[in-house]
Design a protein around this ligand. Structure first.
Ligand code: GLC
Length: 733
């Protein structure tokens, strides 16, 4: 390293001496110059050591991500490329940036990153819940709120959106994705990227997005974390890559490589996905950061004999920046000397990092204005969006005899471990979330029903354990009420990274509390607050109504109370199947066909049908679907036809309805799923009115499929367009 450094410095001095560059106004400092010219000018000025440090990310502040070891890094080099920033205040960040800008030779700003997954301080619903809103525009707005708060605190880059298609709710990270369907994840990926980055990342309140975890992490075996996946090239292309391709097309600045192996090749040493697909086929010109320690972990995965080999494999595969384990800083120079990595690739990697920094405008605006918290966080408009997102993400799973909405009720009992526990609504990956910001269920109900109904409450039991000492009080409160709302669920920390569970049950003690309360004979409304689909058959038998509330953030209680009172009409629909039992997993809507029909191949001890299927969700309105029609039943490749369905709101209550458009290709040389979501639209339908929904079907885009090389093709023959229980055949000729 020292030899190379002296050589580079000497070269640089000669360049300056012969006027190869003007010290007065180097191009890279000229904001009016073309970004590529600035990138190239700067790279040519950098020493090897400066280049290598640009490819490293350290941690600044206490790392609150429990799965990675917290550390206060004091010896941060001023030439460091990026820092994961764990702090509430811009001052710390600006002080570090000032060191970089003023104490380093070239004044390259640091890129500050953070996990802003579902809000920064104004926490809104977890992504799995947001997907159930089927409202990408609302999710874009929520992402804009997150970007504004993160930006105001000095964060320029978030490690989000996570778009790992997931079909195993035993995996704790299902909370972070947009469900089991590739198209759903792709649509919301684009919305989140647009919300974070806008059309110009250099604008105020814009932050760089990071698509993760590239790719196929959701296929983790048996729902365990960090474990291998077995993904065929066909499934890689037709299931796991599409959301990332959509994010790249939406302009996502960065991606994060994943921890797991993909059929034997670790994602973080996988040249095929990191370079051949991402850089060559998709032409992505930003950069890839490894997941935390994913470079050095190649040793544990049986891929690298030692740290140096791990560094070589990850770097040559196409990871530009190394998160937290400092492998690149330790070994890249040596690997260069040994000819095991190429200086051209180092320069290209540095260019990619600098390009994102220039696009963010960091050279012109390296510091963030230090504002009072009241001007940064929990702004009225932000809270409105958070409440709307919560209300539209919650899913009414059951409503027997229209027990909901609760109107003209004298006394309502709110019982259960979640009733007064506001922390759990924050969910995991809460960035800078604080429990004191949350309106919980009891508070929400008291505010909603002030002057209308009396609210009684009892905890009943803890989230888990054997202690039933609170049951008697809960039963007493239930007996003293007209309706009982039972608030069950999981702690926010029970989903997220490294939170795999062998069962998706709600702990027995909570089911027993429900049984005790249900025995009073009062109408029972169950609220399910979890970060994953859970096992509900036993709960369903004891509930007149069930509302899946997810972990829905700072205004969860307001949204829940608004839905129970009818101020909001439920409009959420499931983006991930609720299995009948853990034993059914994996169970998801877009599976391929089985070889037998009837009951052959089905379980002999339980049903093979899920408890609640993909796209299930009830409303207080009654929506009647008219006849599905198509503008033509034949089309050629490159042509478009339209499908239409008119939906009537036959109730007295305005409601939002989402129409899901599915496509089925009954016969293909690569067999297709039983049906595939290809479009959805959510619209308000006023009481008594009709609204027509239209799906403009583009033959290759909507009917075509992709093969194991990623090539899209279109078979001739029959396709079926499906809405609700209707299906119409069209033919590609
Ligand atoms: C974690 C996660 C990743 C996160 C990163 C930084 O281990 O896998 O999603 O962005 O580290 O916290």
């Amino acid at each position: 390293m020292m030899k190379l450094k002296h050589l580079a410095t000497a070269t640089f001095c000669l360049m300056v001496a012969f006027g190869c560059s003007s010290e007065k106004s180097p191009i890279y400092k000229d904001a009016s110059a073309d970004i590529e010219a600035r990138v190239n000018d700067l790279v040519n000025r950098m020493t090897l050591e400066e280049k290598i440090l640009q490819l490293n990310q350290y941690v600044l502040g206490i790392n609150t991500v429990e799965n990675n070891f917290g550390e206060m890094v004091k010896d941060i080099p001023v030439e460091i490329g990026s820092l994961i920033y764990f702090n509430d205040h811009a001052e710390v960040r600006n002080a570090m940036q000032k060191k970089a800008m003023e104490e380093s030779r070239l004044g390259i700003p640091i890129l500050f990153g953070h996990d802003v997954i579902h809000g920064y301080r104004t926490t809104y619903p977890i992504p799995l819940a947001l997907a159930c809103s089927w409202n990408p525009e609302l999710v874009r707005q929520a992402s804009e709120v997150a970007a504004q708060e993160a930006y105001d605190c000095g964060v320029n880059w978030t490690f989000s959106p996570m778009v790992d298609v997931s079909r195993d709710p035993r995996w704790g990270r299902v909370m972070e994705c947009f469900g089991e369907d590739p198209y759903t994840n792709a649509v919301f990926c684009e919305a989140v990227v647009k919300g974070y980055q806008g059309d110009d990342m250099s604008e105020k309140n814009r932050i760089a997005a990071c698509l993760k975890h590239y790719v196929g992490y959701g296929a983790s075996e048996a729902g365990r974390d960090y474990v291998p996946t077995e993904i065929s090239d066909q499934t890689l292309w037709d299931t796991y890559l599409p959301p990332f391709e959509a994010g790249v097309k939406a302009g996502a600045a960065t991606l994060m490589s994943a921890f797991h192996t993909i059929s034997g090749i670790p994602a973080s040493a996988n040249h095929y996905i990191l370079t051949e697909v991402l850089k060559e086929k998709w032409q992505h010109d930003g950069f890839v950061v490894s997941d935390w320690g994913a470079v050095e972990q190649l040793r544990y995965q049986g891929m690298a004999e030692d740290e140096k080999e791990a560094t070589m494999l990850a770097f040559n595969a196409g990871i530009e920046m190394d998160m937290a384990d400092r492998m690149y800083q330790k070994y890249l120079a040596t690997l260069l000397e040994e000819g095991k990595v190429d200086m051209k690739l180092v320069d290209e990697s540095v260019r990619r990092v600098l390009r994102v920094k220039f696009r963010l405008g960091l050279f012109e605006q390296p510091y963030v204005e230090e504002k009072p918290e009241s001007e940064m966080y929990l702004l009225p408009k932000s809270l409105e969006i958070a409440e709307k997102a919560a209300a539209e993400s919650m899913v009414l799973l059951k409503n027997e005899n229209s027990v909901l909405p609760l109107e003209d009720v004298g006394t309502i009992a709110v019982i259960g471990p979640v009733a007064s526990d506001s922390t759990q609504h924050l969910g995991n990956w809460g960035a800078r979330a604080r429990a004191e910001d949350v309106v919980g269920i009891v508070q929400g109900m008291c505010e909603e029903y002030a002057g209308k109904s009396k609210i009684l409450t009892a905890k009943g039991c803890d989230f888990e354990g054997e202690d039933k000492s609170g049951f008697a009080e809960a039963v007493r409160v239930a007996k003293a009420s007209d309706v009982v709302v039972v608030c069950l669920g999981h702690k926010g920390s029970w989903s997220g990274e490294n939170q795999s569970r062998s069962t998706i049950e709600i702990p027995k003690i909570q089911e027993e509390l429900l049984s005790a309360v249900e025995a009073t004979g009062k109408p029972v409304v169950v609220l399910v607050t979890t970060g994953r689909p859970v096992e509900l058959p036993r709960i369903e038998k004891k509930a007149d109504a069930i509302l899946q509330t997810w972990h829905s953030g700072v205004r969860a209680g307001k949204a829940i109370a608004g839905l129970l009172s009818g101020r909001y009409n439920p409009s959420g629909k499931l983006a991930m199947t609720f299995p009948y039992s853990t034993g059914q997993i994996p169970v998801y809507y877009n599976r391929r066909h089985r070889a037998r029909t009837g009951d052959q191949g089905l379980y002999k001890d339980i049903t093979s049908e899920p408890m609640y299927p993909f796209a299930h969700g009830l409303s207080y309105s009654t929506f009647e679907y008219g006849k599905l029609t198509v503008s033509a039943d034949k089309l050629k490749e490159g042509e478009t036809i339209s499908a239409e369905v008119t939906v009537k709101n036959a109730s007295q209550r305005d409601g939002l309805e989402t129409v899901h458009w599915f496509v089925k290709d009954p016969y293909s040389h690569i067999t297709r799923p039983v049906k595939e979501l290809k479009y959805f639209e959510k619209k308000l339908i006023k009481a008594g009115e009709n609204v027509t929904f239209r799906f403009e079907i583009n033959s290759l885009r909507d009917l075509g499929f992709v093969n194991r090389e990623g090539k899209k093709y279109l078979d001739k023959g029959e396709y079926r367009i499906m809405v609700g229980d209707q299906s119409v055949s069209i033919y590609v000729i």
